[in-house]
Ligand binder design. Structure first.
Ligand SMILES: [Cu+2]
Length: 123
């Protein structure tokens, strides 16, 4: 009986490990919503970025609204190297970052220490 239990636990563990390494981990992706001729995306900053991938339309004014909930100083800046943006994100506040979407492409953003990442896709 005990052997059966140990065996089952082993099988469950192997299944979990397999899923962890080989399973599809989807990136949370969100499209912008329209608001008065503007594209708006709300991004929660809490232990990373949620969503961490954002899709917007080319050539339309775009505002990314970062709301910082995370208490760590790690995420208190958001950096868009391609746009030369380094924006401070005050704690428990929503900060708007306006980005240029004239050119289609993929633009990465990161925290001030380049530890957490997100991606803006313009198409
Ligand atoms: Cu950081």
């Amino acid at each position: 009986m005990t052997q059966m239990i140990i065996l089952s636990i082993g099988i469950v563990l192997i299944a979990l490990i397999t899923w962890w390494f080989f399973g599809k981990h989807q990136v949370e992706t969100e499209e912008a919503t329209m608001e008065q001729e503007k594209q708006i995306v709300n991004i929660k900053v809490d232990g990373g970025y949620s969503p961490e991938q954002v899709i917007v339309k080319k050539g339309m004014p775009t505002e990314l609204r970062f709301t910082k909930i995370d208490g760590s100083s790690c995420l208190d800046h958001v950096v868009f190297p391609d746009f030369g943006i380094n924006q401070a994100l005050p704690q428990d506040e929503t900060t708007s970052v306006t980005v240029n979407t004239d050119q289609a492409g993929e633009y990465a953003w990161a925290c001030g220490m380049n530890m957490f990442h997100g991606k803006l896709i313009v198409k």
